[in-house]
Design a protein around this ligand. Structure first.
Ligand code: NAP
Length: 228
């Protein structure tokens, strides 16, 4: 597949490396290519600056967000939730026709330090997944992978030998099937389809529990398992 990874942080880096390893063609989207290619400072959680990561992946095109979107049929939102609607709004609406948009974001406010505040509530339309789908009805939005860290996303075997759960939400059945193919390529087996994009809210609301659990167990990789 030809996949645009929108985002150059630890999630964008992790997903790009995993997709390349499985033979996909990846284009990375960013705001300002020169700034991103020069970024050496680690992020809040210590992930290396993009420039250091990119030394190993310098064959991957890094282009502006709009150019990455235009070039690919599958888009992954690995940006901050506050910025994605603006990023997408810079592209002509018709561009989104039939594109699958995989949203792995959480709407977090870090302005008051840690823990970040989750902005969404259990009110219809408040999740990032729903907001993207409403604003860009031609895109086929699928929410997934937001309930674990960037490394577990693409290496489920890091936790309990891979015996944990990933959720998907979305209105388009075919788009969810395509996303499940990618998830299985990453090694996911227990994939729960929660239903339409409104169910993205339930997955996004898991973040406070995820963050507290992460602290309580010593910041080790972990994931949720739906035991049944
Ligand atoms: N980190 C994790 O383990 C994890 C786990 C689950 C879900 N998530 C979610 O995945 C997403 C990516 O997380 P992350 O930790 O990789 O990176 P991040 O630091 O949250 O976001 C990095 C990306 O967001 C873009 N961005 C930031 N501010 C922007 C603005 N004002 N306008 C436009 N773009 C902006 C950056 O663009 P530039 O490239 O131009 O700098 C960069 O590509 C987030 O929504 C996060 O909540 C993260």
């Amino acid at each position: 597949m030809k996949i645009a990874v929108l985002g150059t942080g630890m999630v964008g880096q992790s997903l790009t490396a995993a997709l390349l390893a499985r033979g996909h063609f990846v284009v990375i989207g960013t705001r300002d290519v020169a700034t991103t290619l020069a970024a050496v400072e680690p992020d809040t959680f210590g992930a290396p600056g993009f420039a250091l990561w990119y030394r190993r992946y310098s064959h991957v095109p890094v282009v502006r967000f709009a150019d990455a979107i235009a070039q690919c049929d599958v888009l992954i939102n690995a940006t901050r939730a506050t910025s994605i609607l603006d990023i997408l709004a810079r592209v002509p609406r018709a561009t989104f026709e039939d594109k699958v948009l995989i949203d792995v974001s959480n709407d977090l406010d870090f302005s008051r330090g840690l823990p970040p505040i989750l902005r969404i509530t259990d009110v219809a339309g408040s999740s990032v997944g729903e907001r993207i789908q409403t604003a860009f009805p031609l895109a086929r939005v699928v929410k997934t992978l937001n309930t674990m860290n960037a490394f577990v996303m693409v290496r489920p075997e890091l936790v309990s030998g891979g015996d944990s759960t990933v959720f998907v939400s979305g209105n388009d059945v075919e788009a969810k099937k395509l996303v499940q193919v990618l998830l299985r390529e990453f090694g996911w087996d227990d994939i729960i389809d929660l239903g339409d994009i409104a169910t993205a809210r339930t997955a996004e609301l898991l973040f406070p529990l995820w963050f507290k659990t992460w602290g309580a167990i010593g910041q080790k990789p972990f994931n949720f398992k739906v035991a049944r």
